[in-house]
Design a protein. Structure first.
Ligand code: SF4
Length: 304
């Protein structure tokens, strides 16, 4: 199989576009889409901008950090920090943090780590031990968002970049549709405007299918952690992952279609991600209800 753009051997077949790409053109294609998304989502002008990149040490966030650095490091008015959340998951998170640290050292980027233990007094493992009924990801998601916001505040970030790829994004859109959660669908990142007290999230890999992110990492010599979270099997997302894969297999281009559909929906919605937001009565952090989701969980766990 030859590359559609030159005579070299292709390393990848993109069924969604009908093209085959060699190593060089695949990397160029990934970089072009990421550059365009950064420009579109963060609209970097002449003013000073600080971006916190959330890095777990896995493939997507490592590729996101590497590309943000490659694309933005020559800009004098843009500063990049890496931030990592340590949930406290035995046998998993430590190796991810180590991979993130090594990549940051290689790129010369400051790396900031904050743990659930430091922030909430308990690790995720301890919380799961106390509450065995709740799916661990239901605890982990809001707590991680909270810690990431704290890290972004610490480095005074204007934006928080997340390594969410096209497959992840299509799964999240479908999850919100199936739950009938229109508000959450409309308020998904990337955020055009931001709610007071919260850092705008951008998704540089939103148009990069998972397989392309893996190939990009391998072809660019980016070392990442290959471990899987032990709670992954219980994640609700798994059935959506299978559904999106099945759609893509039967109808190539489905993931892009889901993304484009959600973008049009968000653009034409009267609901927006900006506007006033209240404060949690317990921790004082931004919250749309009296008690933020994290404090609600911690209060409930106290009774166990
Ligand atoms: Fe957290 Fe679930 Fe991801 Fe594990 S799989 S890190 S529990 S969100």
């Amino acid at each position: 199989m030859k590359c559609s753009l030159c005579k070299r051997e292709a390393v990848y077949e993109a069924r969604y576009s009908g093209s085959s790409l060699c190593e060089i053109h695949l990397r160029e294609s990934v970089e072009r889409r990421v550059r365009s998304e950064i420009r579109k989502q963060a609209g970097l002008g002449s003013s000073r901008t600080t971006i916190a990149v959330a890095v777990s040490g896995g493939k997507d966030s490592s590729v996101a950090l590497y590309l943000m650095h490659k694309i933005l490091s020559k800009r004098k008015n843009t500063e990049i920090f890496a931030v990592t959340v340590d949930e406290g998951i035995n046998g998993y998170r430590d190796s991810g943090i180590e991979s993130a640290r090594k990549l940051c050292d290689r790129l010369g980027i400051e790396h900031n780590v904050l743990s659930f233990r430091e922030t909430f007094g308990s690790t995720l493992d301890e919380i799961v031990e106390k509450d065995q009924e709740t799916i661990p990801c239901s605890h982990c998601g809001p707590m991680r968002r909270d810690v990431m916001n704290r890290l972004a505040e610490e480095v005074e970030a204007d934006y928080m970049a997340l390594g969410i790829n096209l497959d992840d994004y299509a799964q999240s859109v479908l999850m919100n549709v199936v739950k009938g959660d229109y508000e959450r669908l409309i308020r998904m990142a990337p955020h055009e405007n931001m709610r007071e007290g919260m850092v705008r999230r951008i998704l540089p890999l939103i148009r990069i299918p998972e397989k392309e992110a893996v190939l990009y990492a391998i072809l660019s010599g980016i070392e990442y952690d290959h471990g899987w979270c032990p709670y992954f099997e219980r994640a609700q997302r798994n059935s959506f992952r299978e559904t999106v894969e099945k759609f893509e297999d039967e109808y190539p281009g489905s993931r892009f279609a889901i993304l484009n559909f959600s973008e049009k929906l968000r653009k034409n919605s009267s609901l927006h991600s900006d506007g006033e937001i209240g404060k949690c009565t317990i921790c004082g952090r931004p919250s749309s209800s009296e008690m933020c989701p994290v404090c609600r969980r911690m209060e409930k766990l106290k009774t166990r």
